[in-house]
Design a protein around this ligand. Structure first.
Ligand SMILES: [Cu+2]
Length: 141
């Protein structure tokens, strides 16, 4: 590697990454008028970022469905605000536990979906509402 390229590389590494915070609202009616929705339902994050689940309406509980290998799953209490720091790259599929059956799901992509794309593609949604939302999310991978 040429010295100039090396210097550029070290310059990039030495810049500390600023961890971002992504807010996901848990709502009884989403922005598109559908019932029981995460807003937004898709978050594109970087490793080290935090996703904050805000229970703006009552009766929701954020829980993971699929996380990348090595990442911690979560299963939060009803009406709890949850702060999930995502450190492992890949796709995190999540739900509102009480509204899973009606398709209240969402997705976080950390850096790249490559780590566990197959696991996500292996998810089998139940019911037309869940299928519709899942396929829309899957289309973003
Ligand atoms: Cu819910």
């Amino acid at each position: 590697m040429k010295p100039l390229m090396l210097a550029a590389l070290f310059a990039m590494i030495s810049v500390p990454a600023v961890a971002a915070e992504h807010v996901v609202r848990m709502l009884n009616v989403g922005n598109d008028g559908t019932r029981m929705a995460f807003e937004p339902s898709l978050v594109k994050a970087s490793a080290g970022d935090t996703v904050v689940f805000k229970p703006e309406d009552g009766g929701h509980a954020a829980a993971s469905i699929i996380v990348p290998s090595g990442a911690d799953p979560w299963d939060e209490a009803l009406n709890a605000e949850a702060r999930i720091t995502v450190t492992v790259p890949g796709v995190y599929l999540f739900k509102s536990r009480p509204h899973f059956a009606v398709g209240m799901i969402g997705m976080i992509i950390v850096d790249s979906p490559d780590a566990n794309r197959e696991a996500i593609n292996g998810f089998r949604p139940r019911g037309s509402l869940m299928r519709k939302r899942f396929e829309a999310l899957q289309g973003q991978l």
